[in-house]
Design a protein around this ligand. Structure first.
Ligand code: ADP
Length: 501
């Protein structure tokens, strides 16, 4: 009976054996509740509906800890309590014995046995019953420990399952015993597909050298006797976006020094990594982009200011023109940077008014057409293109960026068409060029801050990779959307929408 964990069944068994052994007609076992009261958990020889009438045996007892102090765990007024019960249930019960259920000085409950007539419970009866009670107490404690264990495990499972970090527990052979939701999401698998599998089948983690840390059946990762190993790398995923993770392996050793489990903790550090990379890119791009115009301005200014040289009118004008252009560029770049940080800080404000997009487009195109001879501009708006509620200067910025990109990224010239159409609730505007185009795999990332497609042209053209990020932020601030359609070698078309109101 000490091996069974179903406490109700165990106690009923104990009670019926004990009752039969001493010829008791009625028996009950009451266990101590967390609040100190007694609750009947097993009964013998009485119908359930009569149980409340046994209350005199369970209430008004001295505190159980105090009972413990007394020799023999005697319940005070036992005979009087018995009489009350006997008359309440209408049974001729005359004798009663109470036995403590105690383990290690801890009182878990009481067994009562009651019988009618016959000789009083003898000393031997008591000794026998005490032995039963001791066994019952062990069974109760085992069951309690077990249910505490179960509760503890449930708590732990809940913590693991709901952790925002990926967690899995591997057996010594690196097969998955437990895996949580966050990790399943990271690796893009279903639980039933990974449980019991070797972790290398889905957690292919490459370190900086390209070595797969989880691959192979052998011990690839040197596990320390104490502490953890940490590795960072890119998750090898068949589909989905790039995910960089930091993985901590914590081995659990048993007393004999054998590996029992490995706890694997996976944290998605993609954003952190991207932020780091962005910072590095930012510094190099910005220093390059700021330095180029400054160097030109400085160079021309120094040359033109030379006292030993006399410049003709045209050279002077040309030099000053370049200084002006480069100052404008510097100014534009600083504006872009400020806007980018305003957007990031969430303090960009729109000043809304009625805007005629075709008119705005014409102005922007006119300004650009003086700067290039290779490109031909076309405007393509219907007559009845509606006025939209927007921030004109911000829209000008969007068109400026898109059109200057169209020029920059079609070095062989061609047609640049700016047009649009209106639907019931929104207008769509596009800028199309016949330039170098954008590979499909790059198209999703163009709108990120500081992102520039790596090409030979990129290295030749200037740019901070902020233009499209700003376009996207500005269009979205208006409640619109921006996207690109492009074919490498054929050209690109950038579209954006604006709500009509
Ligand atoms: P920048 O032009 O300063 O590099 P943008 O954010 O404006 O930054 O553009 C990001 C990248 O998108 C560019 O570096 C370029 O590779 C690509 N791109 C933008 N517009 C075009 C276009 N019209 N045709 C081809 N590539 C483009």
């Amino acid at each position: 009976m000490t091996a069974r964990l179903d406490i109700g069944a165990v106690l009923r068994l104990i009670l019926s054996y004990a009752a039969e052994m001493v010829g008791a007609e009625v028996g009950l076992i009451a266990l101590r509740e967390p609040d100190g009261t007694l609750k009947v958990v097993a009964f013998y020889g009485i119908p359930a509906h009569l149980l409340p009438r046994f209350a005199p045996l369970l209430t008004d007892l001295p505190r159980l800890v105090d009972l413990q102090q007394r020799t023999g765990w005697q319940i005070p007024d036992l005979q009087r309590r018995l009489n009350m019960v006997a008359s309440a249930v209408g049974m001729p019960l005359e004798q009663i014995v109470s036995l403590p259920l105690a383990v290690d000085e801890e009182l878990l409950g009481i067994i009562y046995l009651l019988r009618s007539g016959g000789v009083a419970f003898s000393h031997d009866d008591r000794r026998l019953l005490m032995a039963f009670a001791a066994q019952a107490a062990i069974a109760v404690r085992n069951a309690r420990l077990y249910s505490e264990l179960v509760a503890e495990k449930q708590r732990l499972d809940a913590v693991i399952e709901n952790s925002a970090d990926g967690i899995m527990i591997l057996d010594p052979y690196r097969r998955v015993e437990t895996i949580n939701r966050a990790l399943l999401r990271m690796i893009g698998r279903r639980r039933e597909d990974v449980l019991g599998k070797h972790c290398s089948e889905f957690l292919a983690l490459r370190d900086v050298t390209g070595k797969n840390l989880c691959q192979g059946r052998d011990v690839e990762i040197e596990l320390p006797r104490q502490g953890t190993v940490y590795a960072e790398g890119e998750l090898d995923r068949p589909v989905g976006k790039r995910t960089v993770v930091g993985v901590r392996f914590t081995p659990l050793w048993d007393e004999a020094g054998c590996l029992r489990n490995i706890i694997v903790n996976v944290v998605d550090i993609t954003r952190y990594r991207e932020a780091e990379e962005m910072k590095t890119t930012f510094i190099s791009v910005i220093s390059h982009e700021l330095k180029t115009p400054v160097a030109l301005i400085k160079g021309y200014a120094t040359t033109l200011a030379r006292e030993d040289a006399h410049w003709d009118e045209e050279t002077l004008r040309e030099g000053l023109h370049i200084i002006e252009e480069e100052s404008d560029r510097l100014n534009g770049l600083i504006d872009n940077l400020l806007d980018a940080s305003r957007i990031q800080a969430g303090v960009l404000k729109l000043e809304l008014g009625d805007v005629s997009v075709p008119q705005l487009a014409r102005q922007v195109v006119e300004r650009f057409s003086t700067q290039t001879e290779k490109h031909r501009f076309e405007l393509d708006f219907p007559e009845d293109f509606p006025v939209v509620l927007a921030d004109e200067e911000r829209l000008r910025q969007v068109l400026n960026n898109l059109i200057s990109n169209a020029i920059k990224y079609s070095p062989d010239g061609g047609v640049i068409r700016v047009g649009g159409w209106a639907d019931a609730d929104q207008v769509t505007v596009y800028v199309a060029d016949q330039g170098i185009g954008i590979p499909p795999e790059e198209q999703g990332r163009l709108f990120q801050r500081f992102y520039r497609v790596d090409s030979s042209l990129r290295r030749k053209t200037q740019g901070a990779g902020l233009g499209l990020f700003l376009c996207k932020s500005l269009v979205e601030a208006h409640g619109g959307r921006i996207w690109v359609r492009s074919e490498p070698g054929k050209g690109s078309t950038f579209f954006f929408t604006l709500p009509r109101r």
